[in-house]
Design a protein around this ligand. Structure first.
Ligand SMILES: [Zn+2]
Length: 265
């Protein structure tokens, strides 16, 4: 299994009172995931502050983790161009970066920044195209705007992370992008309709994720999430598609290796 979207580098995993340089809690969370059968974890960037934290955890657990670089749509401030320059300067640090992300559109929290978000999204898609990297897309209450920008980048391989949409949304996205869909804890929620979308997406285009520390799957809903809980997500996907857990594991792992160019195991 691969957790294609997990923020295990954040402070939430640090023991209380420990200094910001202490990554023992984050390392322990990675180790628990590996013990639970999660062989690799993709750590998505969100802003300039996230970069040193991701790199620190990646240095400590280089086999189990990979990093991406990007500016999250809710973090697109007035100085976003400078911030992006700084974030993207790490492409030249000699370290392997597996994707641009997470980027996209979020009009749930703030609609007034829509134009700025669209510009920042397009600039990051340019970077992904130039570097021939996949892009991790965050889209919340903004599917029209997301697809409007993405329609100019049909050649860029994308994953819609934390997908919670309907079968109709799947079709609309596919008209613009032959993308993957990141399925996480939402699929275990009672009121979710994403299980209806899974047969439409098909196992060939599904990758698994947790979005930890958020969106913990049932029966841990509302608590701190972590990558070790990913089997609960994979199990629900297996149920919805009438596949075995082993099948879901094999297929989604192959999809994630292909998407992020991780090579064969
Ligand atoms: Zn995320």
């Amino acid at each position: 299994m691969i957790d294609t979207h997990t923020h295990l580098y954040v402070d939430d995993y640090r023991p209380e009172g420990a200094p910001a340089t202490d990554f023992s809690g984050q390392c322990a969370a990675v180790d628990r995931a590996v013990a639970a059968g999660v062989e690799h974890m993709i750590l998505p960037g969100v802003d300039r502050e996230a970069v040193p934290m991701m790199l620190a955890l990646n240095d400590l657990r280089p086999q189990a983790t990979s990093v991406t670089l990007g500016l999250h749509p809710t973090e697109v401030e007035a100085d976003w161009q400078e911030e992006l320059d700084e974030i993207f300067s790490h492409f030249d640090s000699g370290r392997r970066i597996v994707a641009v992300g997470e980027v996209g559109m979020d009009l749930y929290w703030d609609k007034t920044t829509a134009d700025r978000q669209m510009q920042a999204f397009a600039r990051q898609l340019d970077e992904a195209r130039r570097r021939k990297l996949p892009v991790i897309i965050h889209s919340r209450e903004a599917l029209n705007e997301t697809l409007e920008v993405l329609s100019d980048y049909r050649d860029v391989q994308a994953v819609f992370h934390c997908f919670g949409g309907t079968p109709e949304d799947v079709e609309r996205i596919r008209a613009v992008s032959d993308c993957y869909f990141g399925i996480g804890g939402i699929v275990t929620f009672k009121n979710s309709h994403v299980d209806r979308s899974l047969p439409v997406i098909g196992i060939d285009r599904i990758v698994t994720e947790t979005d930890a520390p958020w969106l913990a799957p049932v029966p841990h809903r509302g608590k701190r999430n972590e990558s070790a809980l990913m089997p609960l997500v994979a199990d629900r996907i297996a149920d919805a598609l009438g596949l075995t857990l082993a099948d879901v594991d094999t297929r989604t792992t192959a999809n994630a290796r292909q998407l992020f160019n991780l090579g064969k195991k």
